[in-house]
Design a protein around this ligand. Structure first.
Ligand SMILES: Cc1ncc(C[n+]2csc(CCOP(=O)(O)OP(=O)(O)O)c2C)c(N)n1
Ligand SMILES: [Mg+2]
Length: 312
């Protein structure tokens, strides 16, 4: 989990530099601060399970096992990217790993997740669909429709709400009449509880418990993962709606030093081991960027491909 969190953090820090230098373009929503959720949650499911994500999904894709080189090529808009260079930051996709996006529409992944779970259930497959979404998605109608249907049909969905306390510039209390999000989800008859989303071990433990219950046929579960984004909503948001002391306070709970300190004090990891992880990640990143930049752009002749499904 530590290795995974460091990969995600360094990937995004490098993306900031590439973006500022105009080497990559489009939108850039950073996950910095929230890495414990991706690392803790996605390490607990198997390749047969499905994942549905949001536009803040670099960390989800990396933790799901989408190769960093395919992600970086996508950021560069190259044909070698995981979405053929057509998606960019918000539309990472990898069907071979059952990673069903990347979605620019707030709450847009929820109906997709419920549909995937329904399909798996109808085929008697014992698999779980993990559906990640933000606190803002819980103010959308789709959330209510999806929670109701998933509970009614006892579908194998793990609803994973990344509550980072803001939806763009709107704080939780200005957006929701009931700010206890786990309580809201429980009202649909879905087993729900809140977890410290800054603690990778706590996220992993909660996920194990939820996935075991779902695989046993208990129907959906909901986790409210309480977290915080250290950076603005997207790269060039002026971030005027948050108190700087609030940001600094949450940074003291940074999940990466928290887990590395725990591993160091338990004697599981030493300073050399930590440096080795960093060095491996730096090499992986350097190679991913070189390969991405060397990758081809899609030929103009292919411009209209994939607009409609291709018939044989
Ligand atoms: C249906 C829809 N409405 C509005 C937007 C504009 N929008 C983009 S991100 C966002 C905030 C979402 O916040 P949250 O779900 O908490 O996710 P976070 O950005 O905090 O990870 C909004 C309103 C959108 N993309 N889709
Ligand atoms: Mg949010």
């Amino acid at each position: 989990m530590l290795r995974q969190m460091i990969r995600i953090r360094r990937f995004e820090e490098r993306c900031v530099r590439l973006y500022s230098a105009e080497r990559i373009r489009g939108f850039l929503h950073l996950y910095i601060g929230e890495e414990a959720i991706a690392a803790g949650l996605l390490g607990e499911i198997g390749p047969q399970d499905a994942v549905v994500s949001t536009y803040r999904e670099h960390g989800h894709a990396l933790a799901r096992g989408v190769p960093m080189a395919a992600l970086m090529a996508e950021m560069f808009g190259r044909a070698t990217g995981c979405s053929g260079g057509r998606g960019g930051s918000m539309h990472l996709f990898d069907a071979t790993r059952r990673f069903y996006g990347g979605n620019a529409i707030v709450a847009g992944g929820l109906p997709i997740a419920v549909g995937l779970a329904l399909a798996d259930a109808m085929r008697d497959r014992s698999v779980v669909t993990v559906c990640l979404f933000g606190d803002g998605a819980m103010a959308e109608g789709e959330f209510h429709e999806c929670l109701n249907l998933a509970a009614l049909w006892r579908l194998p969905v793990l609803f994973a709400c990344e509550n980072n306390r803001y939806a763009m510039g709107t704080s939780l209390a200005r957006e929701h009449a009931v700010t206890d999000l786990a309580l809201r989800a429980a009202s649909y008859g879905v087993v729900s509880w809140a977890v410290d989303g800054m603690d990778a071990e706590a996220v992993a433990e909660a996920t194990r418990r939820a996935v075991t219950a779902i695989r046993a046929g208990g129907g959906p579960c909901f986790l409210e993962l309480r977290s915080y984004r250290f950076r603005a909503h997207s790269l060039y948001d002026a971030d005027k709606y948050r108190d700087k002391t609030e940001i600094e306070d949450w940074k003291t709970r940074d999940p990466i030093p928290r887990l590395s300190a725990a591993l160091l004090s338990a004697g599981v990891l030493d300073a050399d081991g930590l440096a080795a992880i960093e060095a491996t990640v730096t090499t992986e990143l350097d190679e991913a960027i070189s390969a991405a930049e060397a990758g081809p752009l899609e030929p103009v002749a292919d411009l209209t491909r994939h607009v409609y499904a291709e018939r044989p």
